[in-house]
Design a protein around this ligand. Structure first.
Ligand code: ATP
Length: 272
């Protein structure tokens, strides 16, 4: 369970990115975080893992107040948060297995991490996760031999190898084609359900968010202007989040990708 209480962020430049954000995400719930460019989505994700320092407010992961932590305690708490990145953030010259095992680096002792030697239980878990993300046969390939979709699967397996209590994803499908994007979102949704993991996914594609999130949070100018199930994301709500002009663009670009959808009732056709 993740809980944000009155979280605000103003950068040193004076840019106010987040204002008084409060919500909680229970175990197993996948939240699609949407909003126009500059709305504060990345700032919110980064405040949660403290890559960006919140200006005020509190963040709890389970019983732990993340906003209180520093140094070693903060590093330990970060291990409990799995991150999935737009550009995958893999070590290209390492194998798929080594990349997944790097999710354990925060847990193994100094000499083991220097030599990249991992306990057998970590290796067994990594094999299991690679099977789960559909890459069981690819464990010995170098990361730079994989397609974008396969790389993101490695990114997901690496995040899960941490045994996280929370998943944060920063535009995980932005570099992928529409079909692969749906596969990746389906995978993230599936593993969160299986592992009872809460997740927040910063995502530009509204249709994908509607299809694969349990709940949508819409940000506009650093404030939550929508919080509800995908079915409640009406045209009016979307206009409130994006503004009419931007919303038209979103709809057009989705249509041009031949995604069949009906927004009126938030009824979205499942695509393969
Ligand atoms: N490092 C920074 N220093 C100063 N201002 C920043 C910084 N990062 C973000 N901002 C500002 O904070 C606000 C929110 O930006 P943020 O990147 O969080 O939005 P976003 O919704 O993730 O946008 P996008 O979808 O384009 O990535 C913007 O006004 C932005 O200019």
């Amino acid at each position: 369970m993740l809980e944000l209480k009155a979280l605000s962020k103003t950068y040193k430049t004076g840019d106010r990115a987040l204002t008084d954000i409060s919500f909680s995400v229970p175990a197993g719930q996948v939240v699609g975080l949407i909003g126009p460019s500059g709305a504060g989505k990345s700032s919110l994700i980064r405040c949660i893992n403290r890559l960006v320092e919140p200006s005020s407010g509190r963040i709890y992961l389970g019983e732990t107040e993340l906003t209180k932590l520093s140094g070693r305690a903060l590093r330990q708490a970060r291990r409990r948060i799995g991150m999935i990145f737009q550009e995958y953030a893999l070590v290209e010259r390492l194998t798929v297995m080594e990349n997944v095992l790097s999710g354990r680096l925060g847990y193994v002792s100094g000499w083991r991490s220097f030599l990249r030697r991992y306990p057998q239980t970590d290796i067994d878990q990594a094999f299991g996760l690679l099977e789960r993300v559909g890459l069981g046969d690819h464990y010995n390939k170098r990361a730079d031999e994989l397609s974008g979709g396969q790389r993101q699967r490695v990114g997901i397996a690496r995040a899960l190898e941490q045994n996280p209590e929370l998943l944060l994803a920063d535009e995980p499908t932005a570099s992928l084609d529409p079909k692969t994007s749906r596969q990746i979102m389906r995978l993230i949704q599936g593993v969160c359900r299986e592992m009872n993991l809460p997740a927040i996914i910063n995502i530009h594609d509204v249709v994908l968010a509607q299809n694969f999130a349990d709940r949508i949070i819409g940000l506009r100018a650093g404030q939550v202007v929508f919080d509800g199930p995908p079915s409640a994301l009406s045209h009016k709500a979307l206009t409130c989040i994006y503004g009419a002009e931007d919303w038209d663009l979103v709809q057009q670009s989705s249509e041009s990708q031949n995604d069949e959808f009906l927004f009126s009732n938030a009824k979205v056709l499942e695509l393969t």
